[in-house]
Design a protein around this ligand. Structure first.
Ligand code: NZQ
Ligand code: ZN
Length: 383
């Protein structure tokens, strides 16, 4: 095991913590408050944020889309530059927070196309500080360095990992979840589960701490998910919000060979068909795991025995049963597990492979041995 770990985001967790903004943002900052389609205005979060920012100079930019669009972020950059912004505050779900981090990263670069700059890995960037107020537990974006940004004009959805754009703080107040739709709650739990699995179901190293904590997070999400939808309590909301954060804050992935092939295929599917992020993952993951069952057998069997409490001495049988249980959980969360669950979408497997090629993401997988033909086989199994 060999890793470096530094997560510099200050987590401020609990009810009525939005008022803490006053302490977390410097008094002289010129704040750009970034938000989405208006949920924060309907549920009172916006008013709490504005009240907490008090006398600070605040410019507001709304309209960040789910699966945030590059052109919209560039428009926010124009507004932020005009306003002399010194601090970006993202208030919303993963889309708004991803956009806030990306925006913070590119405000100060004069490069005419910051997307190209970041893709090429060339040139220094000097992100502004940013903070996050999370209203939808799912992505872990609030304390990680990743922004997933869509660019319709190029038909692409790409992840950008920008360490210096990691939020300075993240306020996780689970009372903001009360206004979430059932669909978004289902999505959040499903996304968080797949984040753990992309890091846990890989090589059979002997990492008692990372694997053990992954199992704790999975058990918590499998137990809390149905409760969150059917009989939510404050404790259940807290559990999901904290577990989703921990699922992608770097800890369980430290020193671990990671997969992320379900996510890259999922991003392609969202770019092509606009399907919610989590729903692309439930569609792909069970079939991908069955395709990779030999390579992932020991961890899948461990997942079956420790998390699903399966008996049986045969690793292959336990591994396959564990995948079936996972698939059933996605169904319980109202998420699709076959293309036919989404009858209005006309999938074209070649287009999915084409996205992965244009995004230069092939071959995928923890051992980089998942090629175009493997993706085709996996998607055919998902038909
Ligand atoms: O736009 P608003 O009005 O805020 O409404 C949103 C949106 O319509 C709504 N919502 C959020 N909080 C709410 C609420 N509605 C009522 N009450 C609240 N408290 O929910 C809808 C979906 O929001 P969105 O932010 O798009 O969802 P999510 O958090 O699932 O984020 C998905 C995005 O994150 C990316 C995905 O690819 C996708 O673009 N990801 C980011 C990752 C990261 N940064 O590490 C990792 C993930 O794997 C993922 O790829
Ligand atoms: Zn995800």
């Amino acid at each position: 095991m060999n890793f470096e770990l530094q997560n510099t985001t200050r987590i401020v967790f609990g009810r009525n913590r939005i008022a803490d903004l006053d302490r977390l943002v410097g008094p002289d900052e010129r704040v750009l408050l970034l938000f989405g389609g208006g949920s924060i205005k309907a549920n009172g979060v916006y008013d709490q944020v504005v009240r907490s920012l008090g006398q600070r100079r605040v410019v507001v930019f709304g309209g960040i889309e789910p699966n945030p669009e590059y052109d919209t972020i560039m428009e926010a950059r124009r507004v932020a530059r005009e306003a002399g912004t010194t601090f970006v505050l993202g208030v919303g779900g993963g889309s708004v927070i991803d956009a806030a981090k990306f925006l913070a990263a590119v405000i100060r670069t004069d490069h005419q196309d910051p997307w190209d700059l970041l893709v090429s890995g060339g040139g220094a960037i000097d992100p502004l500080p940013n903070g996050a107020i999370l209203t939808l537990p799912a992505t872990g974006s609030e304390s990680n360095p990743v922004s997933v940004i869509s660019r319709k004009s190029r038909g692409l959805k790409l992840p950008f990992a920008i360490e210096a754009a990691r939020p300075a703080f993240a306020i996780l107040d689970s009372s903001t979840m009360a206004s979430l739709s059932r669909r978004q709650l289902e999505n959040g739990v499903t996304d968080a589960v797949t984040h753990v699995l992309e890091q846990y179901l890989t090589d059979d190293a002997n990492l008692a701490v990372q694997y053990g904590y992954s199992e704790v997070l999975l058990s918590a999400l499998f137990e809390a998910g149905p409760l969150l939808i059917n009989e939510p309590t404050d404790d259940v909301r807290d559990t999901v919000m904290w577990a989703a954060n921990q699922a992608l804050n770097g800890l369980i992935g430290a020193g671990v060979l990671q997969d992320w092939s379900t996510h890259m295929i999922g991003h392609a599917i969202t770019a092509l068909y606009g399907i919610d992020h989590a729903r692309t993952l439930s569609l792909v993951m069970p079939h991908l795991l069955r395709n990779r069952v030999d390579a992932k057998r020991r961890l899948l069997a461990r997942f079956g025995r420790r998390v699903w409490k399966l008996d049986g001495a045969d690793d292959h049988a336990v591994a396959m049963e564990a995948i079936d249980r996972l698939e059933s959980f996605f169904v319980l969360m109202g998420c699709p597990v076959r293309m036919r669950d989404l009858p209005s979408v006309h999938f074209d497997i070649d287009d999915i492979v084409d996205h992965l090629e244009r995004a230069r993401q092939l071959p995928l997988g923890e051992h980089k041995n998942l090629h175009a033909d493997d993706i085709r086989r996996i998607m055919l199994a998902a038909a």
